[in-house]
Design a protein around this ligand. Structure first.
Ligand SMILES: *Cc1c(COP(=O)(O)O)cnc(C)c1O
Length: 337
């Protein structure tokens, strides 16, 4: 058990189920696949972001903030989860979205609008070039109005959000003990690195040291190593004391095993490929598990490939953490017909 936890809201449906996917595992050679169903943390609040928001929005409330400002792609699961959490706690939410406003709102964007978010769209070039200035502009805007804004970075991945998957690592350890096995690997989609970082640090702090493989949906392995280290450094500055970690930051980072596979991204973030769409169909029809084409589908497809002939092929049990994302499926409906 971790000896300390910062303030936390109770909005995720926890613990989520862990179960084996035996029909799928039997199809090809390789280890038994287990799924940790963080797609069941809620309905509108499905997915991994709600675990992070339990800590991040608790922090915003502790600082008496009244407005959440956050950012992401037009179909961001994180933004949708933030909008609905904000609505639940009476906080205004302003989304800064990367991409142009589509003619028709679908998937997560539709839910953002239903949830009452204020939304500003920025085209790709402007977003990439000017994001820090854009965020600063809106934070100053709210302060000038006498409001107290709180900025949540992409994916709620920072030292506070990391707690979501530190605590999930504890939960998963208990699940596996109850099911009577020790996993040889944990596999998860990685985009802004907070889930991967939380699980990686969690395994280390719990002393179980199960290797955590981030399956990249954008960027490169080198990027993810840097980003995980950055978030863990932020976490360390805030909580190494209360947690009682008697180790320097460089020593901690030196001992962590940050593993990322970046060869299943395809053409780019949120852009799919035929083998990915086939895999999503197969997993839905054989196991009743719905993956999405932006995150979990790519991670699961990559895991199946590596399970047959790759880094997972000689293992006995691997746990896939299903991080949600079902609303990102609908805007890509044309790929399935
Ligand atoms: C955000 C997201 C991820 C990636 O999590 P990060 O912590 O941002 O790396 C994976 N799956 C889904 C469905 C997501 O929405």
């Amino acid at each position: 058990m971790l000896p300390f936890s910062p303030p936390r809201l109770n909005i995720a449906q926890l613990p989520t189920p862990l179960r084996p996917l035996d029909r799928l595992s039997a199809l090809y050679s390789g280890p038994r696949i287990w799924i940790k169903q963080d797609d069941l943390t809620g309905s509108a609040l499905t997915g991994n972001k709600v675990r992070k928001l339990e800590f991040v929005v608790a922090d915003a409330l502790a600082e008496q903030c009244d407005t959440l400002v956050t950012c992401g792609g037009v179909q961001s699961n994180h933004c949708r989860a933030t909008v609905l959490t904000g609505a639940r706690f009476g906080l205004k939410v302003h989304l800064l979205l990367r991409g142009n406003k589509p003619n028709q709102s679908d998937g997560n964007l539709l839910l953002d609008e239903l949830g009452g978010a204020e939304i500003t769209f920025y085209d790709d070039d402007e977003y990439v070039r000017d994001f820090p200035a854009i965020a600063e502009h809106w934070l100053s805007h709210y302060k000038a109005q006498g409001k107290k804004p709180y900025f949540i970075p992409t994916g709620a991945s920072n030292g506070v959000g990391l707690w979501g998957y530190l605590s999930a690592a504890e939960e998963l350890k208990r699940d596996c003990e109850q099911a009577g096995f020790r996993p040889d690997a944990i596999v998860v989609a990685t985009g802004s690195a907070g889930t991967q970082g939380g699980l990686t640090l969690g395994e280390y702090l719990l002393g179980s040291n199960v290797p955590v493989y981030g399956m990249a949906v954008c960027d490169s392995s080198a990027y993810f190593k840097g980003k995980v280290e950055e978030d863990i450094s932020d976490w360390y500055r805030r909580w190494s004391g209360p947690v009682g970690l008697n180790k320097s930051l460089p020593a901690l980072l030196g001992e962590l095993n940050i593993l990322t596979l970046d060869n299943y991204i395809g053409p780019g973030y949120a852009q799919g490929y035929p083998a990915l769409y086939r895999c999503i169909k197969e997993v839905a029809s054989r196991e009743g598990v719905v993956l999405d084409p932006v995150y979990t589908g790519k991670a699961f497809y990559g895991m199946l490939e590596e399970r047959q002939n790759g880094v997972f092929s000689r293992m006995d049990n691997i746990v896939f953490v299903h991080t949600g994302g079902v609303y990102g499926l609908f805007p890509q409906r044309a790929e399935f017909t």
